[in-house]
Design a protein around this ligand. Sequence first.
Ligand SMILES: [Mn+2]
Length: 424
Amino acid sequence: MPSKKHIGNSQDSKQLSQHQQNFDHVSAGIKDLDNVMHKLAAFQIAIPSWALGTGGTRFGRFSGAGEPRSLEEKIEDVGLLHSLNQSSGAISLHIPWDIPKDYKAIKKLASQFGLQFDAVNSNTFQDQKDQKLSYKFGSLQHVDKAVRKQAVNHNIEVIKQGKALGSKALSVWLSDGSCFPGQLNFRKAFQNTLESLQEIYAALPADWKVYIEYKAFEPNFYSTTVADWGQSLLYANKLGPKAYTLVDLGHHLANANIEQIVSLLLMEGKLGGFHFNDSKYGDDDLTTGSIKPYQLFLIFNELVEGMDARGMNHSTDLAWMIDASHNVKDPLEDLLQSVEAIMISYTQALLVDRKKLSDAQKNNDVVTAQEVLQNAFRTDVRAIVAESRLRSGGVLNPLQYFREHKIRQQLISKRGSKTVATGL
Ligand SMILES: [Mn+2]
């Protein structure tokens, strides 16, 4: 594990001076540089506990080596990422994959790495060993009240565990839906789900939020009971002020205008948070920014504009998390790439000339509006992100550091080459 002193001594001086030149160059044109640097330092992206092992598809899973074997090792992995980039200061646990045995010890370990506990995630999309009733035909929507009750109780149990860790939110993603026409009465499925969510909502502590995540399809392929932002918003509005919609970038139908969705949810005060990833065709959970970086920028552009319009704190008023599946890359390298892509898009969004854009919109000057956005998007802000990282105690180039210091090899020699992290 790299210590701060170790990191400080290992930066390549030639690379550092090149970086300084790049930073001076790009920052020269920024009016409120201090404000940008301040916001970047504060911005933290949670890492989910299930992203630290190699993911898989329903066809197979090709495990990597040196994967974390326990919750403690998962926290160590996130701590490692955070020590390198200073932007991954939170972990999001999935229950029951990561139930702490000793809450005090787990909390202490996390705080040693400077990590907070982000939202806790329930799981009623799989049957667990020793589970009495099956979720094969849904959980919160199920036609049998006993199944619904079991799923509600699980969520209440997850809240209890989150409370013990200092978490402040519950994320609910349901795979509930149907695979064939006629299988489900849509209205009854919605009503059952709403009633179940109301029971969960009633168990939320006063200072907690619940995030209702939506997904267009999969594992159900005909209908999904929380399929899109409209349905999620219906639930959130009916539940009350502690309920919010959660946007997962990969959970839309192809070519959906996610930036517009984000803008309207913010306007309604109902955007709770984000799951970052990228996709080409469907929910293929690719590295954030690897396929559609312009879309990611446009989303951040709406986020910054909308949060500022409501006087929101960028770093704390929404929940930011990566939710991807690392099938062919080293998960830690992949996560470093994702965090970098998010920080780059956020920085570019901070650089948008808001006054000029607003004037262009008022004058129907479409050309200038496009120029303003693309001017920010085409600015190479990597040196700004790196400078922020350096000032916070991170490294100039986290990926390069990870490889040069053979961190995966160290983890393999400690954990073994045939380890499989719990999760997907
Ligand atoms: Mn998600």
